[in-house]
Design a protein around this ligand. Structure first.
Ligand SMILES: Nc1nc2c(c(=O)[nH]1)N[C@H]1C(S)=C(S)[C@@H](COP(=O)(O)O)O[C@H]1N2
Ligand SMILES: [Mo]
Length: 529
């Protein structure tokens, strides 16, 4: 009789069924599957969105609706916290929320109830579709297509996944699951997602305006400016011209509008004698002028950097509108962007100042983020009310008839830039050695000009700073002051007086609704010798 060969029980594990994963490991697998399916759905949506320039990514659509509806104080908080990175912060926030949502849908679908998971995905599709249909411009019945396609693809992937891995369900009897198959499935889905995502990127690239921008050649301007005198630059102040790459960017556009010159035109309409329509070449064929103008954002806080100075190239807005013939009843000029954004400023601002339809910035075509192919630049009026980027229309209207973008959001309809000044050196809480030191900064009173800049150190008297040469009354004026720094902690404040004799107020007000006031003050630590 053959006996089973004896085996050493201590050394050999008993034969086992494929091991059932524990509860937390099943939930983790379901969450990972949810993430992979969510990413897959998004990639499909992005790919469909890249098929036509009329379609947009659901993520951007949802982001845009948040941007348009977020209460103004919250928006200001975001600018305070993240500065010009507010868009990246918003998109990152949406990304995190989407990831959490997708993981949750995965857990619900795989561990509890497939139908509930599918409903979760459907909800996602509905939110995306509604966001697309609520867009500022370019809405048609195809707008929800990317969301619908993405949700459908994700729904199918979810249904297939759940059917293949019933063992992840909490009610399943066996809990056996094919881990190899699961890992393979998630991997294959992730690889497909990467390919779809890359294809979407590649397809969307053909809408880029970068090539069109690179092809722009400006004719010689009718009015050229001489090189700026070196004496306009004060020691220890910001560069007189802000390089384009460092120029602040503020707008509501989560993705930079891509507007090639080919096919673009600018309409002048509304309360005018005759409507005009200009192509990009029509603009270049008019008299181009150069103008040095300092642009300022209403959201700039004391000492902030939402201000920049550039040499702009463009055509005179007053000439253009006079050609169209302004109805004497019109009191507001509205600049509308291809993305639906609007600015509005008084007809009365056409008082001879160099208000421009600008096409060039510091010797280049407008950078894409700064409004290529054309934008408005109006000296003396905050950017939100004047400086429409990616300009498509100029409409003559009245303040009674139309509120521009930021007005229902709490900002003033009319917004002349307020007299302000800033200390650039030292920065707040800098530590500097004792001895001779040069304080420097900028002051601005666009269209009026700066008369004096004064500094107050600790409890001392206001003392005049040295002013750099004035270039014109539409740019900032730079200043500097030698200082003998003695050890200790010192507070330095700056104030300017404009050419009308107005002294910059010490009263601190917030940017909302029409620009900050108050003195910029820095505290500096002068080290012991
Ligand atoms: N189309 C469009 N134009 C816009 C805006 C915008 O959100 N969309 N923001 C305005 C605001 S608030 C400012 S301060 C200036 C900033 O111009 P910049 O980004 O070139 O510095 O653009 C203005 N033009
Ligand atoms: Mo702004």
């Amino acid at each position: 009789m053959n006996k089973e060969p004896s085996i050493d029980v201590a050394n050999t594990a008993p034969p086992r069924a494929p091991q059932a994963p524990g509860k937390w490991s099943r939930i983790a697998m379901a969450a990972v599957a949810g993430l992979a399916i969510g990413a897959f759905g998004l990639a499909v949506a992005e790919l469909v969105a890249s098929l036509s320039q009329q379609l947009r990514s659901p993520v951007l659509d949802v982001g845009d609706r948040i941007v348009d509806r977020v209460p103004t104080p919250l928006k200001n908080l975001a600018i305070d916290w993240f500065g010009t990175n507010d868009k990246i912060a918003l998109l990152a926030g949406i990304g995190v929320m989407l990831a959490v949502y997708a993981a949750l849908v995965g857990v619900v679908a795989f561990c509890k109830n497939k139908t509930a998971g599918l409903v979760g995905i459907g909800l996602f599709g509905v939110v995306g579709s509604v966001a697309a249909l609520a867009a500022r411009t370019g809405v048609d019945w195809l707008s929800p297509l990317p969301s619908i396609a993405g949700a459908t693809a994700a729904g199918i992937a979810l249904a297939v996944g759940v059917d293949r891995h019933p063992g992840l369900n909490q009610h399943s009897t066996s809990h056996a699951t094919d881990r190899r198959g699961f890992i393979f499935g998630v991997g294959a889905l992730a690889a497909t997602t990467a390919v779809l995502g890359a294809s979407g990127r590649w397809l969307a690239n053909r809408f880029s305006a970068a090539e069109s921008r690179a092809a722009v050649r400006f004719p010689t301007p009718a009015r050229r400016l001489a090189a700026t005198p070196a004496a306009a630059q004060a020691e220890a102040a910001a560069p007189f011209f802000t390089p384009n790459a460092d120029f602040y960017r503020i707008d509501t556009a989560l993705s930079v509008p891509q507007v090639p010159t080919e096919g673009w035109n600018l309409r002048i309409k509304g309360m005018v004698d005759r409507e005009l329509s200009l192509s990009f070449d029509d603009i270049l064929n008019r008299d181009l002028i150069e103008a040095d103008i300092t642009l300022t954002c209403v959201s700039n806080t004391l000492g902030g950097d939402l201000i920049g100075n550039a040499r702009w190239l463009g055509i005179r807005l007053d000439d253009l509108l006079n050609e169209a013939g302004i109805d004497p009843v019109a009191d507001q000029i509205v600049g509308r962007s291809v993305d639906g954004y609007t600015c509005g400023f008084p007809v009365a601002a056409l008082d001879g100042r160099d208000a421009l339809v600008a096409v060039g910035m510091n010797g280049e075509p407008l950078p894409l983020e700064h409004g290529f192919p054309a934008r408005l630049i109006v000296p003396g009026i905050y950017g939100y009310a004047s400086a429409t980027k990616w300009l498509s229309e100029i409409e003559l209207t009245t303040y009674d008839a139309f509120d521009h973008y930021w007005v229902p959001r709490g900002y003033a309809a009319q917004a002349p830039i307020k007299l302000q000044s800033r200390i650039d050196t030292p920065r707040g809480l800098d530590r500097i050695p004792p001895g001779p030191f040069v304080l420097g900064g900028v002051a601005w009173a666009q269209t009026i000009g700066i008369d004096t800049v004064e500094l107050k150190i600790d409890e001392g008297e206001w003392q005049p700073a040295e002013l750099a040469e004035e270039v014109n009354d539409t740019t900032w004026r730079q200043w500097s002051m030698p200082w003998d720094a003695v050890p200790g902690r010192h507070s330095i404040s700056v104030r300017a007086t404009d050419r009308n004799g107005l002294v910059q107020t010490a009263d601190r007000v917030e940017p909302l609704p029409d620009g900050a006031t108050g003195h910029h003050t820095v505290v500096v630590i002068v080290e012991d010798a």
